[in-house]
Design a protein around this ligand. Structure first.
Ligand SMILES: [Zn+2]
Length: 450
């Protein structure tokens, strides 16, 4: 099922003297309840064939003692004598999800096994096992929280003995209007508590993007093609039409500065490591904060770059954003922190792609990918192999991989190699979709899924 765009809003809860203790009790109870229901479903697997609402009802009938149902087959009171109905339902839904996922994996494993055995092949893959540890964040359905006004909230928490209403001040951005706010979950990160509210765009407020197969029929279709790099040009974006007209170009810089900041932090980590090693210690936990910092820098950059790509596409009325498939990371000669830096630069491209996809979908813009073959090697006008060079062109060494400039010996076209690559990504997209209409290309994403 394809869903409308969603995102998460995060609120931090103020430090409350007993908050972590209460959180732990509530989370343990939530996960124990999930485990209980997971086991009940294992004994009544026919439940998995039911629709969610019916499955929920069937499980309640099997487990919850009421006047009409005085002797349920399994009694959830064995987990805890008093569980609020909605807490139980949240746990049941998690258990159903976990069970469905487990049985899908098991089913696929059985299929692979049968297939291998049918051709007398040895099958050594281990079967999937049910989760041994449960680590879900407690979800607060309505009636498990109240009086939420953006600055404070009252949560129903388990103290280990009884249920209590606990008030917290909270801080976070204002939730945007026109989004449905779904049930929050309570999350602990580094001894602090956060409430994550999933937001979902209501169906009636969302214009579904047209599929590429349809969009391509419009000769006025504008696309934004993107070349992602690990040099200073983090992204080069080009707006173009099927007739080849390039309407605008944008360079999103910052790669060198990012590399520099990362390099500094990676250097500090390396020095610390060699010191602890020299002292015969094993622990490198003191580096956790530094790694967090590096991760944060990368996250921020991925958000910044993807935001700017989407803004650029929207400003020019492009309704498709095209990327290259990113391929796998192949390390160069670098070692140690230089290698680590290079690897992170590579990962960043994947992040930028994913964030762009989400942000674009919110604005009904679709994302597509094409094969990267020859995009930075062939002239965008005549498709002849180009020369690629740094400052000066050297006829003895016409192609320097990674060099910033190009020159086409056939049509004299010249300029930035990254910009040429971005144009080629778009040209390739049009060639694929216009020259072979109706064909579905493997790996080309037609629309955003889930
Ligand atoms: Zn050319």
């Amino acid at each position: 099922m394809v869903k409308t765009p969603s995102k998460t809003y995060c609120f931090s809860l103020e430090d409350h003297p007993r908050s972590i203790e209460l959180f732990n009790h509530t989370k343990d109870l939530f996960n124990n309840t999930i485990e209980f229901y997971f086991n009940v479903i294992e004994q009544h697997q026919e439940i998995l064939k039911l629709r969610s609402q019916d499955a929920l009802r069937a499980l309640e009938k099997l487990s919850a003692k009421t006047k009409k149902n005085p002797n349920p087959e399994h009694n959830v009171s064995s987990v805890c004598p008093s569980i609020p109905v909605l807490f139980r339902r949240a746990a049941i839904n998690k258990a159903l999800g976990a069970s469905r996922s487990f049985h899908t994996h098991l089913h696929k494993w059985n299929e692979r096994k049968a297939k291998a055995e049918s051709v007398h092949k040895k099958f050594t893959e281990k079967p999937p096992v049910p989760p041994r540890k449960w680590n879900f964040s407690p979800v607060f359905y309505k009636k498990l929280y109240k009086n939420f006004d953006g600055t404070s909230i009252i949560l129903r928490l388990w103290t280990g003995k009884s249920w209590a209403w606990v008030k917290f001040s909270c801080k976070g951005q204002e939730t945007p209007a026109q989004w449905d706010v779904l049930s929050p979950s309570l999350v602990k990160r580094k001894h602090r508590l956060f409430l994550h509210f999933p937001l979902q765009k209501p169906k009636e407020d969302f214009v579904w993007p047209e599929k590429i197969v349809e969009q391509i029929k419009n000769p006025e279709l504008k696309i934004c093609s993107v070349d992602l790099n690990i040099n200073d040009d983090l992204a080069v974006c080009v707006i173009q039409k099927a007739n080849g007209a390039v309407e605008a170009t944008k360079f999103i810089l910052g790669g060198s500065y990012l590399q520099h900041r990362r390099k500094r932090l990676l250097g500090i980590i390396a020095t610390k490591r060699s010191k602890t090693r020299a002292a015969g210690q094993k622990g490198i936990s003191d580096n956790v904060a530094l790694w967090d910092k590096i991760r944060n820098i990368d996250e921020q950059e991925a958000h910044r770059v993807s935001r700017r790509i989407v803004d650029f596409a929207l400003a020019h009325g492009a309704t498709v954003i095209v990327f290259e498939h990113l391929g796998n990371y192949r390390p160069k000669k670098n070692k140690g922190s230089a290698k680590s830096n290079e690897k992170r630069a590579f990962w960043l491209r994947g992040k930028i792609f994913h964030y762009t996809k989400y942000k674009a979908f919110e604005h009904s813009v679709v994302t597509a990918r094409i094969s990267p073959k020859n995009t930075s090697r062939q002239c965008n006008l005549c498709r002849e192999d180009v020369f690629r060079f740094g400052k000066e062109m050297d006829p003895n060494n016409p192609y320097t991989p990674g060099a910033p400039n190009f020159f086409c010996p056939n049509c004299q076209n010249r300029g930035s190699n990254d910009r040429m690559a971005a144009i080629n990504v778009g040209r390739k997209f049009f060639r694929k979709w216009l020259e072979k209409p109706g064909k579905k290309f493997s790996g080309t994403e037609v629309s955003h899924a889930g």
